[in-house]
Design a protein around this ligand. Structure first.
Ligand SMILES: Cc1ncc(COP(=O)(O)O)c(C=O)c1O
Length: 374
């Protein structure tokens, strides 16, 4: 029986307050910021802004990838639109350009371009496709955060970030939307609840303990917790970013920027022949999780089973294409055909890169995978 189990993702929260140096003011200089309660809310706010600035308020469709977090659908619906899923390119995390071109129309409100675990969608390519329709692009960076935000260069018309659990900067919730023009929607007003900061501290410290490998293995044995399960949640309100979290941003950003990337380098080096390596070779951004695509579902499932039995933190991520995720209300999405996204979902696995993973764990993972791949 395994004595410890590593979670697939799990940046511990730093509770070092730094109220004097306002990391917030220095973040993303020159870009207009809107702070909200989640990455989903940040996307919804960007869509509402587009709607408010639009000369044609009857447009209804927002293009999203066929393999993505169902929170994108929640944001699209909250803003009063329908999601139009578009297939991925084969063996890739980016849109199939032909499918995207076919999906664009006079009804398109926006295209959401996801930075997939640190691998961005090439926005310059999207730009040339959307230009004839005058469609804005929202860069969804929920799964990535720049190491030095003041040097970040926004490629989309909007950019959004998440400070949720399992993200690069984990503040147990929070979101940020950026726009290079003035916003046409206000920042949601803060409704301060005195006990909220204390509850947040307790929850955060508890989470830091629960994600310790020696503790996490017990949680994994409780199926009713639904760890890692992908579910659709309706977004019911756009709430503000709690001011009490801002003094912790600086320390969490510092912690994140200072993390060793050795584990990731071992995966990159030893698994360099795997599918998706071509995409990884195009960039050197920190990866929230290491992406692996297997030749078929059987090989992926076998790798996952082996790594799980050793407590080594692999994950099938969303496990399903967006159209197959349980509980998504049908009217929220337009019909689509996304065979590549379906295939990707069956062959995709992530490896942990968080700071609790040490080089010896990365080597154990690579040994097991290379043994399997023969
Ligand atoms: C690509 C993407 N966008 C948006 C979100 C939503 O972020 P949040 O959980 O902060 O609402 C997620 C969540 O995982 C995500 O992966």
């Amino acid at each position: 029986m395994k004595i410890r189990s590593y979670p697939p993702v799990g940046q511990p929260i730093s509770f070092r307050r730094n109220p004097e140096v306002s990391a917030v003011d220095e973040l993303f200089q020159g870009l207009n910021q809107r702070w909200v309660s989640s990455g989903t809310s940040a996307l919804a706010l960007a869509l509402l802004d587009i709607q408010n600035k639009s000369a044609d308020p009857n447009k209804k469709e927002v293009i999203i990838p066929g393999y993505c977090c169902p929170d994108l659908v929640s944001a699209v619906n909250y803003a009063g639109f329908k999601a139009r899923p578009v297939d991925l390119a084969y063996d890739d995390t980016c849109y199939a350009k032909q499918d995207l071109t076919s999906a664009l129309s006079s009804q398109t409100v926006a295209v959401i371009a996801i930075n997939f675990l640190g691998m961005p969608e090439p926005i310059n390519v999207l730009r040339s496709l959307v230009e004839p329709y005058g469609v804005p692009i929202i860069e969804d960076n929920a799964q990535w955060f720049p190491m030095n935000p003041s040097e970040y260069s926004m490629q989309g018309d909007y950019a959004t970030f998440s400070f949720g659990r399992g993200k690069a900067l984990n503040l147990l919730g929070g979101g940020l939307a950026l726009c290079c023009r003035e916003w046409a929607v206000p920042e949601p007003a803060e409704q301060a609840v005195l006990t909220e900061a204390l509850i947040w501290q307790i929850k955060g410290r508890l989470l830091n303990v629960l994600t310790l490998p020696a503790v996490y293995r017990w949680l994994e044995m409780l199926p009713f917790l639904g760890l890692g399960r992908t579910e659709y949640h309706v977004l019911t309100e756009l709430a503000s970013f709690p001011a009490f979290k801002k003094p912790y941003l600086s320390a969490n950003l510092q912690q994140y920027s200072g993390l060793s990337r050795e584990v990731e380098a071992i995966y990159r080096r030893r698994l360099s022949g795997s599918l998706l390596s071509h995409r990884l070779a195009q960039q050197d951004e920190r990866l929230l999780r290491f992406p692996l695509l297997f030749a078929n579902r059987r090989a992926r499932d076998e790798a996952h089973r082996r790594l799980q039995s050793s407590g080594l933190g692999s994950s099938c991520f969303y496990a399903k294409a967006l159209l197959d995720i349980d509980g998504l209300p049908q009217p929220s999405m337009l019909a689509a055909s996304t065979p590549n996204a379906k295939d990707f979902a069956q062959r995709f696995l992530t490896l942990p890169t968080h700071p609790r993973m040490k080089p010896e764990h990365a080597h154990q993972i690579c040994d097991q995978l290379l043994d399997l791949m023969g």
